[in-house]
Design a protein around this ligand. Sequence first.
Ligand SMILES: Cc1cc2nc3c(=O)[nH]c(=O)nc-3n(C[C@H](O)[C@H](O)[C@H](O)COP(=O)(O)OP(=O)(O)OC[C@H]3O[C@@H](n4cnc5c(N)ncnc54)[C@H](O)[C@@H]3O)c2cc1C
Length: 553
Amino acid sequence: MSQEIVIIGGGISGLALAQNVLASQPDRQVTILEGSSRLGGRIYTQYKGLFEMGAKRVAENHTETIKLLKSLGLGDRLHFKNLFESGETAYLDGEALDNVNLFFTKLQLVNQLKQILGDSNPDKIYRKSTGEWLRAMGMSRQDLVKLEKLYGFSDEFRKSNAGEGLPYIISILDPDLPYSQVAGGLSELVDRLVSQLKRRYSDRLTIKTNCYIDQISYLGKKGFRLVNDESEKFQASALVMALPPHALQQIKMSGFPEGAVQRLEHLLERKVPTTLLRIYGVFHQPNLFRHCEPIITDLACRHVTPIKSENNQLSYAMLSYTDGPGARHLSQLLEQGRYRPQIKKWLTTLYPSLRDRLDPSTKLDIVHYLWEPAGYYTAPGSPHHLLNRELRQPFGKLDIPLYLVGDTYSDLPIWIEGSLRSTREVAKLLKRRETFQPMTPEMTSESRERGFKIKGVLNRIFRDCPDRIWSSQDILDDPNREYLLVLGGYVLNVEKFVETHPGGEAILRGCGNGQDWTRKFQRVQAHRGQRKLKRIKAYLSEKSLIQCLGRFK
Ligand SMILES: Cc1cc2nc3c(=O)[nH]c(=O)nc-3n(C[C@H](O)[C@H](O)[C@H](O)COP(=O)(O)OP(=O)(O)OC[C@H]3O[C@@H](n4cnc5c(N)ncnc54)[C@H](O)[C@@H]3O)c2cc1C
């Protein structure tokens, strides 16, 4: 029987999830409800001058993103290079900086830390000293003085201990990784995906824009009732919210089991939002930046790029972004038209030689976009992968499936890649629920026959065991934790088994978390009720689906 899946949010997560479900589950109907008039969410190319107002870069290790781009015929639009190989020069106070690579990273880190410091209680959270952190980053006192000048750091920052948030931030910013932009704009990805969806699944997919969901009521086995801002009602038998936390928090939820909504709120509180403002200004004076290299800095002025304007004249465009609480302030200034003098001031700081030429009559076209908030970080102190995992199914077991997808609930927050990864996992969960089939009598008797071989097969798996020693904590910290099984003193990864075997997830649910299953396996013969373990044995003897990762300490 077909089940209607409703996805709230038509960003890349919602669209990719729809594609995944429609392609792999032929009897599903999917409805996407998008609040704005435009699909794509935080992917948004401004075609006037071709600027990415939202997502911009794809890293070489973003495998899911690259796969999607290739599948949509956009593979040849990617040309990876290290960000700093292009000879771009970073300037600070008008002076070129020697080591752009390092400095760029540092600036980003410091900016993020400043944001986090503003949002959390530094005394409680940051244990390592700033000095220690600076040394670890290879930063000199002079660098710090420059940064303090640039950002206007308070004395409080100097005293704060900035250690905790760092490993996480470093883990998501890798300056050595080659990155690429999508020539022609990332919105092309969204456009092609949408037209492919419409072409292939016109009979099973409904996309509704301008449909902002205000309320969600849980009706138990009957599903969910959704109400939009025009009081239209929708019914869903499975619900996926493809929304970042701030959008999620705007929705009124009712009828959920006691404590469920509070649990969601509690989980979301662990997310630290980062507001981000992206601006571009087009300067109609072709010679204005004649002597300037493109620049990289986390000041409001970030890139200066020559572009051809509509009448084919060469102009210069400044693309910039600024994040943290300052972004909101700057956007207000922009709204009030008071930003131009500020931009000119920054430009003359970066390019002292422009001082005479950037007079008040210099024509600037400035467009800005405030993403609020654009990124989320896990508040220091909470293990982000566990939190993100819990957020994908925030209410635990309901009678009807409800999942969250999006970069924020993945191990790669702030990247499209994170969105796609969380989407893939939720598509699997949706599929399993429907396709779970009890074993047929033939399969069961086959399992019984093969059961006796189990020991020998496990021995073979254990023989290929790598040297690594695992602790419970290693298992807890592993992103694949839910697929890790401890058996006979060995750590096994059963992901392939779960993927290949229909209903595999149901069989192995709860095997992770560092639990030792050895005794359960030993007792399996004695307990007729433990049929699921027998099934695992049967499958073990049938296929090489289980990988041994090392010894368990
Ligand atoms: C300035 C900026 C730069 C970035 N740079 C990069 C980059 O270089 N590389 C990269 O990989 N990623 C980057 N990202 C991140 C990337 O854009 C996101 O990870 C990705 O687009 C998130 O997609 P999503 O579908 O999960 O969420 P969104 O794109 O936020 O989609 C959510 C959708 O839900 C809709 N919505 C919200 N509330 C409701 C409601 N109540 N009812 C119905 N609909 C609703 C919204 O309108 C939106 O369309 C950047 C983001 C920003 C903002």
